[in-house]
Design a protein around this ligand. Structure first.
Ligand SMILES: [Zn+2]
Length: 69
């Protein structure tokens, strides 16, 4: 192969991304990222009504959504 490697890689496993699953390399990696998002969402979600009625406690910043180690 003389083709240059794409600089873009799957953020989950680092493999070359596949167009169909951009920016991931495969369905499992895409699913894993999705699950991570959902997991975070449920973790900090709690009862939405309570958040509204209480004085809006600051939510933890989700700065680990994009972990590229
Ligand atoms: Zn991957």
């Amino acid at each position: 192969m003389t083709r240059a490697k794409s600089a873009k890689a799957c953020p989950i496993c680092g493999a070359p991304r596949v167009e169909a699953f951009t920016p991931f390399c495969s369905k499992p990696c895409r699913d894993r990222d999705l699950l991570k998002w959902l997991g975070d969402g449920y973790a900090i979600h709690g009862p939405p009504a309570l958040l509204d009625e209480e004085d809006g406690a600051p939510r933890p910043s989700a700065d680990d959504l994009d972990d590229e180690a």
